[in-house]
Design a binder for this molecule. Structure first.
Ligand code: NG1
Ligand code: ZN
Length: 534
């Protein structure tokens, strides 16, 4: 049974403000940090229930990712390091929204409906980002989890993907996993991959540095540690926006760079052809950028990272003569040129999923090897176990030629560098750096694989964004009924035109996307479609 008295006592401390309603969105609860304390407390309790049900450790991450510093958020991590299963999102939403008086009743409802054995043990891992509100809010999670008697481990500051990694490894049986082990794992995997590359000893493009804007977030101190574990003689990472002076995500970070299509305002004296990268506030997104020889800003976003990964994997599969199903998963935000390049030019299967990595992840795992990225830089590679075994055995097979074994070996090493649980800016950075190094490519060579169609993202504030409903991986509006025909009509006026609108899952806005032949046309198209939404 539930130990009601201590729960109710703590629930008073973390009382819900009247009328405050939230829902578990694309990436957990997110909003202005003030007034959200009860949500964190309750998610601590929900994590315990989930842990008892799954008989495994559950993670709770306190972060609002790329949102402004005054926001915060919380998301649960399931046993294999994946996002909370969708059917529990509703439970989370109801639990966050009941009054204090209804709290026990609501929890009992969850216990009954999910058939949870309250006598089971529970274990919860907690971590947080660097927001000023995160310490107190992670304490609220701890209070909630301990109120239900769970064993809690507080990892303090971590990037979101680090916590995913730790939860997945722990539940996989590695009970010594911790932050240090994370660095060792990725540093060793990266070094092993470079060692597979015979030309590494002679040519050394990685020797030139990569400058990383860490959005003044938790990625900064963590990336410094990772770089130390690899060694500056192997990779030279220069960390910018480390939180010493600037504000979190303000005029910097992956979201700013991607949406504004410009470099962070402070700190970078950009030089042509040098490699620059940006993380977001919790280091699960990565974008690259540089200046071309005319000093124009050139962005290499999630689409381009996906293309690089997919083509590299395809080449290694071909070289190793391994036949498996490789696919790339994108969202409607993927640039049309990237889709065309991957599917038509490179002949790799492309699927389109709904926005939100949990949707992409699911579609990706249907492939033997799935590469998924959101255009904003959140993504990774998934591999089926039997496929991984196939590649591993090819690496040592007597029947394979030396060259084929080498390629299989390299592919195994590459798959070790990516964090298969979730998009991880640090591990994706290493993967990109390793591929460029292996191919002997400059950032310019990479950016030239295809040329993006000019594109624009806009936000429209409306009274109620939920009146807009979509279908076909959010590419078409179903409600209100008159909207889609109106969009189609406008889009038809622009060469290579494409545009769609969808309600955001993380902000109270409707997002508008447009692309067409020129930036001028694209901006006009975005504006006209925005006006249709009002
Ligand atoms: P919403 O607000 O639902 O568009 C945004 C991003 C998603 C995803 C989530 C979670 C865009 C257009 N949308 O979702 O891709 O990353 O945040 O962080 O970038
Ligand atoms: Zn993030």
């Amino acid at each position: 049974t539930l130990n009601e008295i201590p729960i109710l006592k703590l629930a008073e401390v973390h009382a819900k403000p009247k009328g405050h309603q939230m829902s578990y969105g694309t990436a957990g609860f997110r909003g202005n940090a003030s007034g959200m304390d009860h949500v964190f407390f309750r998610m601590g309790m929900l994590a315990v229930l989930r842990s008892k049900l799954m008989k495994a450790t559950i993670g709770v991450m306190v972060t609002a990712s790329h949102n402004p510093e005054h926001d915060n958020g919380v998301k649960l991590i399931d046993p294999h390091g994946e996002m909370l299963t969708q059917s529990w999102e509703e439970l989370a939403t109801s639990l966050a929204n009941v009054t204090n008086d209804e709290l026990i009743k609501e929890m009992k409802k969850i216990v009954d409906s999910q058939n949870i054995q309250l006598s089971n043990e529970a274990s919860v891992f907690i971590a947080r980002d660097t927001r000023p509100s995160s310490l107190a809010l992670s304490q609220a999670v701890l209070d909630g989890a301990t109120a239900l008697g769970a064993t809690c481990t507080n990892y303090g500051l971590l990037t979101t993907p680090q916590l995913h990694h730790i939860v997945a490894c722990y539940n996989g049986g590695n009970h010594n996993v911790n932050e240090e082990q994370y660095y060792q794992h990725y540093a060793n995997a990266f070094k092993a991959l470079l060692n597979e590359n015979l030309s590494y000893l002679t040519k050394k493009p990685v020797g030139s540095s990569v400058t990383v804007d860490c959005a003044n977030g938790v990625g900064a101190p963590k990336l410094v540690k990772l770089a130390e574990h690899i060694g500056v003689n192997i990779i030279d990472i220069v960390v910018h926006n480390n939180g010493q002076s600037g504000k979190l995500n303000e005029n910097c970070g992956a979201d700013y760079v991607k949406v504004q299509q410009r470099a962070p305002v402070e700190g970078l004296n950009m030089e042509p052809d040098h490699r620059y990268a940006s993380f977001d506030g919790d280091a699960d997104r990565l974008v690259y950028y540089t200046l071309d020889s005319d000093c124009n800003f050139v962005l290499l976003d999630g689409d381009k990272i996906a293309a690089l990964f997919a083509v590299y994997i395809k080449e290694l599969l071909n070289k190793a003569d391994i036949n498996v199903r490789l696919g790339v998963v994108q969202t409607a935000y993927a640039n049309g040129s990237s889709t065309n390049y991957i599917s038509t030019e490179e002949n790799i299967e492309v699927a389109c999923a709904q926005t939100g990595v949990k949707h992409l992840h699911k579609v990706a795992t249907a492939f033997d090897i799935g590469v998924y990225f959101e255009a904003n830089g959140h993504g990774t590679v998934t591999v089926k176990d039997d496929c991984l075994n196939k590649i591993r055995s090819a690496a040592t097979s007597e029947e394979k030629l030396q060259e084929q074994k080498l390629a299989a070996n390299k592919l195994t090493a590459f798959l070790d560098v990516v964090n298969q649980t979730v998009g991880d800016a640090m591990s994706d950075l290493l993967a990109v750096e390793a591929i460029l190094q292996d191919k002997g490519w400059s950032i310019r060579d990479w950016s030239c694989i295809y040329t993006e169609l000019p594109n624009r993202q806009a936000k429209v504030k409306v009274a109620d964004r939920t009146v807009i409903e979509t279908t076909d991986a959010e590419r078409k509006v179903t409600k209100p009924p008159a909207l889609q025909p109106a969009i189609d009509k406008v889009v038809a006026e622009y060469p290579c035109g494409r545009s769609f609108v969808r309600p955001s899952g993380t902000e109270d806005v409707v997002r508008v996307y447009a692309e067409s032949d020129t930036q001028e046309n694209t901006d006009k198209l975005a504006k006209r479609v925005s006006l249709l939404v009002y």
